[in-house]
Ligand binder design. Structure first.
Ligand code: ASP
Length: 465
């Protein structure tokens, strides 16, 4: 017999069906035993009657969260016993057979509530149980819908989804790299990608023209705010485009996505307003303005784009220039000497995408000539040797016919947290880490054996217990 998803039970009125799932609750009502059976799709009431002696006795043992299979007949509930709160509230299943797949210990916390009242360390340690919660299941469902929509939309626009390596070389995005020691090349290290930036630009040299990827980005950030060591970006790169083409694509994508998946949300202004960096700082004192009329209204979405950023920012602490975005961003000057002479005056073709006061995306047009890139690297205090060692492959690639190109990357987690009115991005990720990058469920990071370290030619000088 084929298993029926629980939400479809009412369709089978009068018929015998098979359901499987978790015991959500059990009630003994004198002679009758009721359980609410739960699967991913819904909840339904199952009744055990004393006449079915064998399974009735078995049903007496059932406890919350046991995993069972029930075969029974779908019947109308007696008048007055309906439950309008659930989709299957008009029917119940009269059990004929019961199979217990697995018993369950008492859970460390309730999964009935939205979970916000439970200590987060505990929720993260038992994340596999936390994820049984309706709210989180819904978040994962919507996450999947959003990603599905993005894929279909971009594929229709003739983009091609391409995976890029996870074991790679350091590429500057402003955070620290996670390093992976190489066993075969003793003393050498891979870096985990802070973004697929160089690969996506190299794909433009390959003639791909329209690339996207739902990409994992790994940044070894110090604990601050609502950051995660791993986050997911919608990464895009396009050839033969102006900045306006990129902004229009993103505007179309997010407008359609919100209309289809979040129809109750009201978008404050269409087309999305565009600001100059200077103008936005003057007016709002931030480059991430929250343009909502009523900031307590959870259904308002105020998108905007910011352009004309300065190319460089002065890092007081290190007494040197840093890139406002990243060094591959194209400066708005044709006079290369000007870059070294007056870095503070140079604007760039950077664009940021902002929603309700949060930066949810950023990108730029790229420099494609070696002279400009070298000048930028020099302002950023990279020595000639270092430029060659770290970026030589890119500079070389650009000598073989490079199209003008640009792109953008959008934070998927942040966008979801905002549209789902979640207080942080951990609520929209299946397995998030703590603020200091620990996975409490897997207990990672963790120690490794002496043998493993030896193979990697690594000695640990300071242990952190
Ligand atoms: N790689 C950049 C980032 O992750 C985005 C881009 O320039 O496309 O912020």
């Amino acid at each position: 017999m084929k298993r029926i998803p629980i939400n479809e039970t009412p369709k089978y009125l009068g018929k015998q069906i098979k359901l499987s799932g978790w015991v959500n609750s059990r009630r003994d009502h004198g002679k009758l035993i009721f359980i609410d059976l739960r699967d991913r799709n819904g909840l339904t009431q199952v009744v055990f009657v004393p006449q079915e002696k064998e399974i009735y006795n078995l049903a007496q043992k059932l406890r919350n969260e046991w995993v069972v299979e029930v075969i029974g007949k779908v019947s109308q509930r007696p008048k007055g016993m309906e439950n309008p709160k659930i989709e299957t509230g008009k029917i119940e299943v009269k059990a004929k057979e019961l199979k217990i797949f697995s018993e369950a210990k008492t859970l460390p916390f309730s999964i009935e509530t939205d979970g916000h009242e439970i200590g987060e360390e505990k929720r993260l340690k038992y994340r596999y149980l936390d994820l049984r919660r309706k709210r989180l299941q819904k978040n994962l469902d919507i996450r999947q819908e959003v990603i599905r929509f993005i894929r279909e939309y971009l594929q229709q626009e003739n983009f091609i989804e391409i995976e890029t390596p996870i074991l790679t070389k350091s590429t500057p995005e402003g955070a620290r790299d996670f390093l992976v020691p190489s066993r075969l090349q003793a003393g050498k290290f891979y870096a985990l990608p802070q973004s697929p930036q160089q690969y996506k630009q190299l794909l433009m040299v390959s003639g791909i023209e329209k690339y996207f990827q739902i990409a994992r980005c790994l940044r070894d950030e110090d604990p601050r705010g609502d950051r995660q060591a791993e986050h997911t970006q919608l990464d895009i790169e396009m050839s033969f485009v102006e900045q306006e083409d990129i902004l229009n694509l993103i505007e179309g994508l997010y407008l359609n996505l919100c209309k289809k998946l979040f129809p109750k949300k009201k978008i404050k202004e269409i087309p999305f307003p565009r600001f100059n960096y200077e103008e936005v700082i003057k007016k709002y004192n931030t480059d991430k303005p929250d343009l909502r009329k009523d900031k307590s209204n959870p259904n308002e979405l105020a998108f905007c784009f910011i352009t004309n950023f300065p190319m460089f920012e002065w890092h007081k602490k290190d007494k040197k220039w840093g890139p406002m975005h990243h060094p591959f961003t194209k400066p708005q000057t044709k006079n290369i000497k000007e870059i070294n002479k007056n870095p503070e005056k140079i604007l760039s073709f950077q664009h940021d995408f902002v929603l309700n006061g949060n930066e949810i995306g950023g990108g730029s047009l790229r420099s494609t000539d070696a002279e400009t890139l070298t000048a930028v690297f020099e302002v950023l205090s990279h020595k000639k040797e270092e430029i060659k060692e770290r970026f030589g492959h890119l500079l070389e690639a650009f000598q073989y016919g490079v199209p003008p190109h640009g792109g953008i990357a959008m934070g998927i987690d942040r966008f979801l947290a905002i549209v789902l009115n979640e207080p942080n991005i951990r609520e929209v990720m299946a397995f998030p880490k703590t603020g200091d990058n620990r996975d409490l469920m897997m207990d990672a990071p963790s120690k490794v054996s002496k043998e493993q370290l030896k193979e990697l030619h690594i000695k640990v000088s300071k242990k952190n217990d």
